[in-house]
Design a protein around this ligand. Structure first.
Ligand SMILES: [Zn+2]
Length: 358
């Protein structure tokens, strides 16, 4: 293996990659140049193709996959380069290991493509290349649906979701735009489509899940109707001055979470909390998950949005979406809109969970 170092990261090339082949060498050099070009910062990167840069603000669809970035400095090994009639697939593993001989910590195994643009190799996302080869496409209004060939499309659900999103945009006074919605039975199929052979956070998990970035939504196990992630796509960029629990709460109140409506999560949380009187909800922002299906930020965040809606409908919810990002802002907003002080939240939330679980 050859080794090169940049910053905190190391790039290696597996011996199976034939860098004596001139074209392979050019492609490998392109990818290394890109990895060394601070790809975690957004600018007109010379190694990426111009079409995707023109069409997408975040043109490298895998960059923001991990927090803070796929390119956070984890060592990269280029595993192989495959030539498919001039389209090169570059497979890399992002993993670190120490000198103790423990198995490596694998972040992901990811594929990116390279082909010529005006005579020079440039990088391309795996997503559209795999999609156009392997997946079906149907359009329902503002939503471009992409799904595997085995799935028979439910256009009633698709139209329902499109109509719902038009309503959401109207209620929150945000512009509607075309959005891509990828769904499959299993989230791993979506990760493969996007270019991941393995992805630490999702590989091997079969529960329903969703993800969104600026103009795309990915859903596993939830079919044509899962507005939660779409709400993030339309609402988040237009309401930047609010707490994360407001955004998650709103998405759950309007569009459910992990394939279930808010009421399902409320019943579950209510049952759980009745058995756990020692849990103090006045510090609810410090609490994470009830179990693998229900997180406090979804169920309590959602309940608070529901209570605000009950009090002042969309107008009051829009105001709630502009109340600031910090935990103090969130508690102040609850006090302002629902007239509940933080010290009284435990009793208040337990009572409201009970009322809404009926
Ligand atoms: Zn969410």
């Amino acid at each position: 293996m050859m080794k090169m170092t940049f910053g905190q990261s190391i790039i290696s090339i597996d011996k199976l990659v034939d860098t004596t082949d001139i074209e392979t060498k050019k492609v490998v050099t392109l990818w290394i140049n890109y990895l060394e070009s601070k790809p975690d910062s957004l600018y007109d990167n010379p190694y990426w193709n111009s079409k995707e840069k023109a069409e997408h603000k975040h043109f490298d669809f895998l960059e923001s996959e991990f927090d803070p970035s796929l390119y956070m400095g984890i060592p990269v090994t280029i595993l192989n380069v495959k030539n498919i009639n001039g389209l090169y697939q570059i497979k890399s593993i992002f993993a670190s290991c120490d000198s103790t001989g423990k198995p490596p910590d694998i972040l992901c195994i990811a594929n990116v493509f390279a082909k010529k643009e005006n005579g020079e190799y440039k990088l391309f996302n795996a997503l559209p290349i795999n999609r156009d080869k392997e997946w079906n496409h149907k359009k329902a209004g503002y939503i471009d649906y992409y799904f595997p060939f085995y799935h028979s499309f439910d256009s009633v659900k698709a139209e329902k979701q499109n109509a719902f999103m038009i309503d959401v945009c109207k209620n929150f006074e945000v512009p509607i735009k075309q959005v891509e919605y990828y769904f499959a039975d299993d989230f791993n199929e979506i990760e493969r489509l996007r270019g991941f052979d393995y992805e630490m956070e999702t590989s091997g998990k079969l529960k329903p899940q969703g993800k969104s970035d600026d103009d795309k939504v990915y859903c596993g196990g939830m079919g044509e109707y899962y507005p939660h992630e779409l709400i993030h796509v339309f609402i988040n960029p237009n309401y930047s001055n609010c707490h994360n629990w407001v955004l998650e709460g709103l998405a759950t109140f309007s569009g459910g979470s992990r394939g279930q409506e808010l009421i399902w999560h409320i019943k579950r949380a209510n049952n759980f909390l009745l058995k756990h009187p020692e849990i103090d909800l006045s510090n609810v922002l410090k609490l994470k998950s009830i179990d693998e299906y229900t997180d406090y930020r979804y169920v309590i965040g959602g309940l608070i949005c529901e209570l605000i809606y009950e009090k002042g409908e969309w107008k009051l919810l829009r105001d709630f979406l502009n109340t600031g990002k910090t935990d103090t802002d969130y508690h102040n907003a609850i006090e302002l809109f629902l007239n509940v002080k933080q010290k009284d939240l435990n009793t208040f939330l337990r009572t409201e969970l009970m009322n809404h679980a009926k």
